[in-house]
Each structure stands twice: as C-alpha cells, then as structure tokens.
Design a protein around this ligand. Structure first.
Ligand code: TYD
Length: 217
C-alpha cells in the first residue's frame, strides 16, 4: 500500500483533538490530501458501536464485551475506510487504534495481552501504523483539563485515577517496546510546542518513506 498510516494516542484530555486539527491544516498547507478518521467510529456501523460503548446507559458492560466491540468497530473501519485510502496513496491519520485497546482493555481492565493482540490482528489484517504519536499526560492533569473544558463525562471518563494510571503505564510500556514506531510527546507543553514535535516526526517519516502523492488541485 502506498499511503502513510499515522495514529495518535493518549489519555482522554491529552489534547488529541486540538492537535489533530492543527495537523490537518498542516497537511493541507503542504498540499496533501489526508484522510482523518477516529475510533471507535469512522463508519456508519462503527458510529453505532461507539454509541453503545460510550453511553453511560450500559454500565454493566464486561471487559470482554468492551474489547470485542472496539475490535468490531476497528475491523469495519480498516476494511471500509483505512485500507482503500492507503491503497489510493493518501496519508491516513487515525485518532486511536490497536494501542488504545492494549492500554485500556489490557492494562486498564486487565484482559490478557495475547488475547487482545489476537483479536486485533484479525480485526486489522495485521495492519500496523508507520508512526504513532503518543501524547503523554499525567492522569492528575487529565482531570483538571477535563474539568476546565467542561467536557461531558462518558462511560470511560468516569473511571478513577488508578485506572488511568494503569492505562498511561500501558502506553509507556508499548512505547518502550516499539521505539521506532511510537514517539512519546509530552502533552504538558504548549499547544504549539506539541504541534511542532508532531510535525517534526511526520516530516522525518516522510523523509524515510516515499512521499505520498499530493492533491492534484
Ligand atoms: P472519545 O470520546 O473518542 O475519547 P477521546 O477523545 O479521548 O479519544 O472516546 C473514546 C474512549 O474509548 C476513550 O476513553 C478511550 C476508549 N477506547 C478504549 O478503551 N479502547 C479502544 O480500543 C479505543 C479505540 C478507545
């Protein structure tokens, strides 16, 4: 596949949404035609699954159900959206991917890693991002940011600090295991500083790989 596949990861409240907006502008200014998508969701079916997962109505969801639902949404997104865009040579940027499942369902909820890797290998057909940007945030700051933004709390956001501390540890272990793919960026810096580091990583990746086709207009 010709396209470049990037993912962005981090705790809720790490500033992913703001950074994705800036990155989208950057791609456009450079003349690329990127596809931005997100998990869970990104397809009609995935948006339905997202509602099931994030609604606070379904409080009794067991970790296994959660893991399968995220994987189901992912399988649909990969087949319907990500692979066709990569085949067309477009850069694809996905807000969360398999690392979220390892961090949240694995380290957070305690499901076995090999089980999660197995279902996700099937869900993605072994597709791996070329680059993952991990916005690292101390869980205590996460709560402060979410309170400031007045963001409504979904089913996962009501989890306590201990859960998010485990999730963060999970992310950092994944980064240690995959230093070439996962780049850790401190989310405690200014928005512009984080953006600068993201761009630096993307430019470096483009340098290593054949740049993808630019827009024709
Ligand atoms: P979302 O509102 O998209 O949060 P954010 O803006 O922080 O990405 O909700 C996604 C939630 O789902 C978030 O709390 C992380 C969680 N999640 C998992 O637990 N496992 C997964 O595999 C994915 C993709 C997300």
């Amino acid at each position: 596949m010709k396209g470049i596949f990037l993912t962005i990861e981090g705790l809720d409240g790490a500033g992913k949404t703001t950074q994705l907006g800036l990155l989208r502008d950057w791609f456009w200014e450079k003349g690329y035609d990127p596809l931005f998508t997100r998990e869970p969701g990104g397809t009609r079916l995935g948006d339905g699954v997202r509602e099931l997962l994030l609604s606070r109505e379904y409080t009794g969801l067991v970790p296994l159900t959660e893991a399968f639902l995220y994987a189901a949404s992912r399988a649909q997104l990969v087949a319907e959206v990500i692979v066709p865009a990569l085949k067309a040579g477009r850069p694809v940027v996905c807000d969360r991917f398999v690392d979220s499942s390892i961090a949240y369902q694995g380290y957070g909820r305690g499901l076995p890693r090999d089980f999660l890797e197995g279902i996700n290998r099937r869900a993605t057909g072994d597709l791996e991002p070329h680059l993952t940007l991990l916005l690292d945030l101390n869980p205590a700051l996460r709560l402060r940011r979410l309170a400031q933004e007045g963001v409504p709390r979904d089913r996962l956001e009501v989890e306590g600090d201990a859960f998010y501390t485990r999730v963060r540890e999970g992310y950092l272990s994944l980064a240690r295991e995959n230093p070439r793919r996962i780049k850790v960026i401190s989310a405690q810096q200014s928005v512009q500083a984080v953006h600068g580091q993201i761009v630096q990583q993307v430019v470096e990746l483009f340098r290593k790989r054949t740049p993808c086709p630019k827009r024709r207009f």
